[in-house]
Design a protein. Structure first.
Length: 314
């Protein structure tokens, strides 16, 4: 076991760390690898890296690990792992598709309800003694129009939950899906214009950076809400701040921020913005599923058998 050195570059649950330490020589550096190589680790020994979509692993970092054989993303996302470089170097990349999808979908619906019904500002109003003056009507989800940016595992689960509210569904993605619920919109701005709520549930990365732009937010309109449970890079933060400042949209629910954990004060102080600290995918069940996928991938790799959750070439 001692010859199987694993470098973990992200925070991991205690049970996952225990499992890794049982079967591997673990080097745990939860703050990542910024600039210099993590202290106390011989890069020539590292055969596996555990990371995630946000932290990733670059071609330059792979080049510093001559024994590297496998990069495992803890979770579904792997957008900042240089997959092309890994494949060129003969390095396997794995992830945990679908492990946290249901939890993310639950979180998205929770943000939609909380925004529409005003849970946070109304709680503050009651605390401030404004019970009688804070009882104006609020929008609800039932019968509303939901636009989904992304119709993958998470998008489909959000759609299924939304159907329980009799919401009208539309979605935008790279292509339509014959078995997907709702209408496909080839143009995201048109989808936003036809939506009361816009939920971002697509992949991150360069291809989707700032896909939700000022134009999209303007189309969503002054009664519309945007929710992001994807990656912070998909939503243009400055465009969002400007839209909120000019009441171009009604509010936002954000589990991810472009420069997280730094959050612009304008968002923190806005009464109709809800922010959670990138935990949409975190639940006991999802973390167990992610742990099991990680351990299975490492075990399969070192046993020289096919890896179930390997990322395939595009």
């Amino acid at each position: 076991m001692s010859g199987r050195h694993v470098l973990a570059l992200i925070p991991l649950p205690a049970a996952t760390l225990d499992a890794l330490r049982r079967d591997y020589t673990l080097h745990y550096h939860p703050d990542g690898w910024a600039g210099t190589f993590p202290a106390g680790v011989d890069p020539a020994n590292v055969r596996a890296v555990v990371t995630n979509g946000s932290t990733g692993l670059s071609d330059a970092q792979m080049a510093m690990l001559p024994a590297l054989e496998i990069v495992s993303a803890f979770g579904a996302g792997y957008e900042n792992v240089d997959v092309a470089a890994a494949m060129r170097r003969g390095i396997v990349v794995t992830h945990a598709p679908g492990a946290n999808a249901a939890t993310v979908a639950d979180h998205a619906i929770g943000l939609l309800l909380a925004l529409a019904r005003g849970y946070a500002p109304l709680t503050e109003a009651v605390r401030a003694g404004r019970w009688r003056t804070s009882r104006a009507e609020r929008p609800t989800l039932t019968g509303a129009r939901l636009g989904l940016l992304g119709m993958g595992r998470i998008g489909r689960l959000i759609a299924a939950r939304a159907q329980g509210f009799d919401m009208t569904l539309g979605y935008h993605g790279r292509q339509p899906h014959a078995d997907a619920p709702g209408r496909f919109y080839p143009d995201l701005t048109e989808l936003a214009a036809d939506s009361d709520f816009l939920v971002i549930a697509c992949n991150g990365g360069a291809a989707t950076r700032h896909l939700v732009s000022s134009e999209v937010l303007q189309a969503l309109g002054p009664n519309g809400y945007v929710v992001n449970v994807s990656r912070g890079s998909v939503l243009d933060t400055q465009a969002l701040i400007d839209a909120l400042a000019h009441a171009a949209i009604a509010g936002a629910g954000l589990d991810v921020i472009e420069d997280e954990p730094e959050v612009p004060r304008a968002l923190l102080e806005h009464p109709d913005v809800l922010i959670t600290p990138h935990i949409a995918g975190r639940s006991p069940a999802s973390l167990i599923a992610q742990r099991d996928a990680l351990l299975a991938s490492l075990s399969q790799h070192f046993a020289y058998v096919p890896i179930e959750f390997a990322v395939r070439a595009a």
